[in-house]
Design a protein around this ligand. Sequence first.
Ligand SMILES: [Zn+2]
Length: 109
Amino acid sequence: MDGGSEADVSSALLGEHFETHLFVSAINSGKKIEGYKKGLLEVHNLRRRHRELVKEMLRRGYNHRSPLDDFQWDHAGWVNRKKSLEELARRCKACRKLQKEKRKKWKQR
Ligand SMILES: [Zn+2]
């Protein structure tokens, strides 16, 4: 968030909260969510993120009546992400190089 108005922050908050619910239902319906947000989605952090968002919503006086569904973890994309990255690297030289560079960056952090 870029320090927008209070209303902007609220709508971003509600939007992100809605997104977490969308993700979970997408996961549970077996949809492929790999590559969503360029693989930046951290499925294992969804629940924690949702909890934070709800806390902030309640603080701002919003209601929260929709508990987050249970995940079907075996449907979650990130379980297969490693595999699909390996597959990509096997078939595509440029991808292989890209992944190598990314890994380097991660290590530096
Ligand atoms: Zn919720």
